[in-house]
Design a protein around this ligand. Structure first.
Ligand code: ASP
Length: 322
C-alpha cells in the first residue's frame, strides 16, 4: 500500500473565521479527515505550524524542506505540504531547487477557508495525496497541486487572489491533470540539477527592487545598505529599467553585488533588447532570469550565492539554461 506523509503549516486551507478575521488553526489530522483520502493510501501527518504563508520567513522554508527530507528518509512514497497560497510558489521552488529524490514533494492549499460552506481545500488535498503517491509524479521534483492540476515548481505563479484556479505556469502549462481517480501526465518539464545547498545555514539576503515609471535608485541603494548580497530587479516589460536604476545596477555589479533581472509582466521571458534598457543592463553584467518570477529569482540568486559565493554567476548560468 502506498504511503504519503502530510505536513501542515497553516494557510487558508486550515483557517476558520474568528472575531478579527481568518486564522489558520486547523491541525493536519483534521485536514486529512475532511479530504477523505483514497482508501488504498496510508497517510501519516505532522504539524509544522499554523500560520498564514505571508508570515513565513526564508528560514522557515529551509526548516520545511529539511522536514520533508526527513519524512522521505522514513520511506514514504511522497510528501504533501499544506500551506497558504500567498507564498506557495516560493516554498515549492526552494524545495525544488535542492530536491534530489525521485519521490515528489507536493504543495497544496485553498482559496476558501476550512469552515467555508464550500471549501476547496479538501478536494485539493485529496488530489495532492493522489499525485504524491502516483508514478506520474516521480522525477518531477516539487509540484504545486491546485484546482485539478499540478504544476512543476519552476515557473508556477499565483495568478488570482480569490478564485479556485489560483495558479498557472504562464508559457509552461501544467505537468499533471487529475481526472477523477486518475493522475494524467501532460508534460515532463526538464529540471536543472539540484543545488547542494546547506539547509541548516541561513540564506544570504537578496532583495527584490520594483521598477516603475520614473523610479530612481533609492530602493536599490537601500537594499544594499540593509545587507543584501544580491538584488533582483522586477523590471519593466522584457527586462528594461529606468536609467537611474540601470546606472545603480551597473555600480552594484562592478562592486561585486550580483543583479538578476526578472519582469513585472506575469508571462514571457526577459531579453536584452533595447540599447538604453535591457541591453544596457546586460553590458553591465546583469544576469537575465528567463521567465522566472522575481520571487523565484530571489531564491535562486540567494541559493547561488550560498553555494558559490565567489562565482554565483556560474551557478545561475547553469540553472537558467536548462
Ligand atoms: N491567502 C492565503 C492562503 O491562501 C493566506 C496565506 O497565504 O496564508 O492561504
Amino acid at each position: 500500500m502506498a504511503r504519503v506523509h502530510l505536513i501542515a503549516t497553516g494557510g487558508t486551507i486550515a483557517s476558520r473565521q474568528g472575531p478579527d478575521g481568518l486564522s489558520a488553526v486547523t491541525p493536519a489530522a483534521e485536514l486529512l479527515a475532511a479530504a477523505r483520502p483514497p482508501a488504498q493510501l496510508t497517510v501519516t501527518t505532522s504539524d509544522l505550524g499554523t500560520v498564514g504563508s505571508f508570515a513565513l520567513t526564508t528560514s522557515d522554508l529551509l526548516d520545511l524542506v529539511l522536514e520533508a527530507r526527513r519524512c522521505l528518509g522514513e520511506g514514504v512514497d511522497g510528501v504533501v505540504v499544506t500551506q497558504g497560497t500567498d507564498t506557495m510558489e516560493e516554498s515549492a521552488y526552494l524545495a525544488d531547487l535542492v530536491h534530489d529524490d525521485p519521490r515528489p514533494i507536493v504543495f497544496t492549499g485553498a482559496q476558501r477557508p476550512f469552515d467555508s460552506p464550500s471549501p476547496d481545500g479538501p478536494g485539493n488535498l485529496a488530489d495532492a495525496l493522489r499525485v504524491a503517491s502516483s508514478r506520474a509524479a516521480r522525477e518531477l521534483g516539487a509540484l504545486l497541486c491546485f484546482d485539478g492540476l499540478a504544476f512543476a515548481a519552476r515557473g508556477v505563479r499565483k495568478i488570482d487572489t480569490l478564485r479556485s484556479g489560483a495558479f498557472e505556469a504562464p508559457g509552461r502549462g501544467p505537468a499533471i491533470r487529475l481526472a477523477g481517480e486518475s493522475v494524467l501526465t501532460l508534460a515532463t518539464p526538464a529540471r536543472p540539477s539540484p543545488l547542494p545547498l546547506d539547509l541548516r545555514a541561513e540564506l544570504p539576503r537578496v532583495d527584490v527592487v520594483a521598477c516603475y515609471l520614473g523610479a530612481d535608485a533609492s530602493l536599490l541603494h537601500a537594499a544594499v545598505r540593509a545587507g543584501a548580497a544580491g538584488v533582483v530587479l522586477q523590471a519593466l516589460g522584457a527586462g528594461n529599467v529606468p536609467p537611474a536604476i540601470a546606472e545603480g545596477a551597473e555600480e552594484l555589479v562592478a562592486g561585486g553585488v550580483p543583479v538578476l533581472v526578472c519582469s513585472r509582466v506575469p508571462s514571457g521571458p526577459v531579453a536584452p533588447l533595447y540599447a538604453a534598457g535591457g541591453a544596457r543592463l546586460a553590458r553591465g553584467g546583469v544576469v537575465f532570469a528567463g521567465d522566472l518570477s522575481p520571487w523565484q529569482g530571489r531564491l535562486l540568486l540567494a541559493a547561488a550565492l550560498a553555494v558559490a559565493p565567489a562565482d554565483p554567476q556560474q551557478v545561475l548560468a547553469r540553472h537558467l539554461t536548462v
